[in-house]
Design a protein around this ligand. Structure first.
Ligand code: GLA
Length: 701
């Protein structure tokens, strides 16, 4: 039974989630200390763990080192600091004093203050119903009247892994058009920091880690994972010491950026959620997906529509006639949401001008947007629009009117990337302008969907005249969140896709106020298998936007069959991004069939459970399977990346089925025993050759 209990005699808290336990306590000097995280233990069983606290045995070695619940800088603590402050008089060390705690159902807040200085610290914990996810955060408050407190580092949580003979870390790395490439490697001794200093989540790293003892597999083993709900700069540091201990501390911010807490101010960090699972990486991913569906996404019960997006078809060259032709074709294929991408506003005929001027371009749309929106609605589709609200081209009316609205330092270059500068959304006037602009755009034109893009990282992140310019790193992201939240509140039907040059802004923070994310600007189906594999380690298919585009591919110039492109995209939220008015009739027929097939399997893909059967590689075969939430249907995707040598087809072992049940292949009518599909496998029956693929639907009979 999930509960949070406090034991006064040991000054410890036990958090029992659906299937795991977590415990912390106070040391004799009132510091919060980690006790336990792992398989479920009762309070009684936990007493064995609590009794084993060791005494310090010399001046150099501390057996409790690394056990801090939130490693604070100060005293004889030498571990990676998670909380590091400098008080107004220059003192730079924290001494904890316990004040009390509140338990409210599955939420716990433990309150402290510094022994001398006016800083209150609260450690927050919350376990969403039915999960083993522990959401943690930190609240800081300056409750004095003297000068400000510098916040050098304020992590959301430090997660302490149990002692194991060895440790391995899973994380993703990559770049633009190459996001989410999964790496599994030994955890180095010392400190390793993953992060982003770009003001966005980034394409290069993503704020989650998974840890195991080196022996977990897809289906077996204990995995400790943690994911940060934040879309700005972030850092996660693993610290592995010679004593055998490993911790993961993480939160927003970056080294060298030191915001100040003024008297009366408070600072609440984003959530850094932790999860212990048994059952391999597959079980860990499924638990994150279930958490995201049940507790993060705003409308998880909805099925995401099949989308069309004009970007790869038209680039900036959008016109009313061109969009109408695409919309008509899209509707005929079965598309449900038509999105007009970049190029519809201001002087936007390329990436050099127009960003910031969110008025429809009357040369391209003489009658405004209304006729196109009306036509798209008449065709039975929702209408979506691309925007990039945080940006401005220097060649724009907005910049000419407000050159001071961008991030800048007075005597520094304003570095342009993609010929654009970043608007300072931490400024209330800029945020108000952005909200007003988007609010009227959505309201006046009946827009159902926004693709909210962000096409460059921060640079020269100054704010001349501000009391504390360093706050902008956090406040910009908060402001993006607030504008999205306000827009959604004002327009309950509005849905949002988060995008940042593809997958530069994918995290649990943005997923809490959007409906899907643009996974990557790389729509090459072969590369997408790898990107989607990495994305899906934590984030669910329900939010993973995937388009079928033209051949050869826009980014990689690789050719793959249309069927393969469809099958890869159908493992997420299917979209079409090709120039469909130029597709030959046979491709249109095929597209219609595949879209109809997708609509049939969509509830299983978007709301079911993912089982990765064989991970993607550069050649050979990969496969994944979704099982419907009620277990009644399953869909298996099989891809041959490349054929090599002459090998007979092998059975593919399925997962997540009921061994006692029988399953009918909906296309062939053959009936299989669940037990044999699990123990022996299914012959996928792929045609010969490279880029062969199959979608196999099974129904429990
Ligand atoms: C980014 C997005 C693309 C497209 C372009 C438009 O690169 O990721 O999908 O919207 O911007 O300029």
């Amino acid at each position: 039974m999930a509960e949070i209990v406090f034991d006064d005699s040991t000054r410890s808290w036990l958090i029992r989630t659906a299937a795991t336990s977590y415990a912390l306590r106070l040391t004799d000097d009132d510091a919060p200390s980690h006790v336990y995280w792992g398989p479920a233990l009762t309070a009684d069983q936990l007493a064995d763990v609590l009794n084993r606290t060791e005494e310090r045995w010399d001046s150099f070695n501390d057996p409790n080192e690394g056990l801090d619940e939130l490693a604070a800088d100060g005293g004889t603590r030498y571990w990676t600091p998670a909380l590091q402050v400098r008080f107004a008089d220059g003192t730079r060390a924290l001494e904890w004093r316990y004040l009390g705690h509140d338990i409210d159902g599955m939420s716990l807040r433990v309150h402290f203050r510094d022994r001398h200085y006016p800083l209150r610290i609260t450690l927050g914990y919350h376990v969403p119903a039915g999960t083993d996810v522990i959401e943690r955060w930190t609240e800081l408050a300056h409750d004095g009247t003297d000068g400000p407190i510098e916040i050098i580092r304020a992590d959301s949580a430090t997660w302490v892994a149990p002692i194991r003979p060895d440790y391995r870390i899973s994380h993703v790395t990559g770049g633009w058009a190459a996001e989410s490439q999964l790496l599994r490697e030994p955890v180095p001794h010392g400190e390793t920091t993953f992060g982003s200093r770009r003001g966005i989540t980034s394409h290069h790293a993503n704020p989650w880690v998974m840890l195991d003892d080196g022996e977990a597999t897809e289906r077996h083993g204990e995995v400790y994972s943690a994911a940060l709900a934040w879309s700005g700069s972030w850092r996660i540091t693993t610290t592995r010491s010679s004593t055998g201990r490993l911790t993961v501390t993480g939160g927003f911010g970056q080294d060298g950026v030191v915001p100040r807490l003024a008297p009366g101010d408070t600072l609440t960090t984003p959530v850094f959620a932790g999860l212990y699972t048994d059952g391999g990486f597959g079980a860990a991913s499924r638990a994150w997906h279930a958490y995201t569906l049940d507790h993060v996404l705003p409308h998880p019960g909805e099925l995401r529509p099949v989308l069309y997006n004009s970007w790869e078809a038209t680039g900036f060259d959008v016109t009313e006639a061109g969009q109408r032709a695409l919309a008509e074709m899209a509707a005929a294929l079965g598309v449900e949401l038509f999105v007009m991408d970049d190029g519809w506003f201001g002087a936007r005929s390329g990436d050099h001008a127009g960003l910031g001027d969110w008025q429809v371009n009357r040369d391209k749309f003489p009658g405004g947007l209304e006729p196109l929106v009306r036509e798209v609605h008449r065709l039975g589709m929702k209408f979506g629009l691309w925007v990039e609200p945080e940006m401005v081209n220097p060649d724009s009316d907005l910049y000419r009117a407000h050159p001071d609205w961008v991030l800048h330092h007075p005597h520094r270059t304003r570095s342009e990337l993609r010929r654009q500068l970043v608007l300072n959304f931490a400024r209330p006037d800029v945020a108000e302008w952005a909200f007003g602009t988007l609010d009227s755009l959505v309201g006046e034109h009946g827009i159902d969907f926004l693709k909210w893009d962000m096409n460059r990282p921060f640079s020269e992140a100054g704010w001349p005249g501000a009391v504390d310019p360093d706050t902008l790193w956090v406040e910009h992201t908060r402001s993006v969140y607030a504008i999205m939240d306000r827009l959604r509140a004002r327009h309950p039907g509005l849905r949002i896709e988060a995008c940042s040059g593809g997958g530069g802004r994918i995290d649990l923070g943005v997923l809490a106020r959007t409906d899907q994310v643009w996974t990557s600007d790389n729509t090459d189906a072969l590369d997408r298998l790898v990107i989607q594999h990495g994305y899906g380690q934590v984030y669910p298919a329900r939010a993973m936007s995937a388009w079928v585009t033209d051949d050869p591919n826009f980014v990689t110039r690789r050719s793959t069959p249309l069927r393969f492109r469809f099958h890869v995209a159908m493992a997420g939220v299917l979209g079409i991004g090709g120039d469909i008015v130029k597709w030959p009739e046979e491709d249109l027929v095929h597209a219609r069939e595949q879209i109809a097939l997708y609509k049939d399997i969509r509830p299983i893909v978007q709301h079911g459970r993912l089982h990765r059967l064989v991970p993607p590689a550069t050649d050979g075969l990969s496969a994944l399977q979704y099982v419907a939430a009620d277990g009644g249907r399953a869909v298996v995707f099989v891809f041959r990346q490349a054929a090599h040598f002459h090998t007979r087809e092998r059975p593919l072992r399925l997962d997540g089925l009921d061994p006692a049940a029988r399953y009918r292949d909906e296309d062939t009518g053959k009936v299989w025993h669940g037990a044999s599909l699990l123990a022996h496998g299914l012959f996928p029956g792929l045609p010969d050759g490279d880029f062969a693929s199959a979608v196999i639907r099974l129904t429990k009979v």
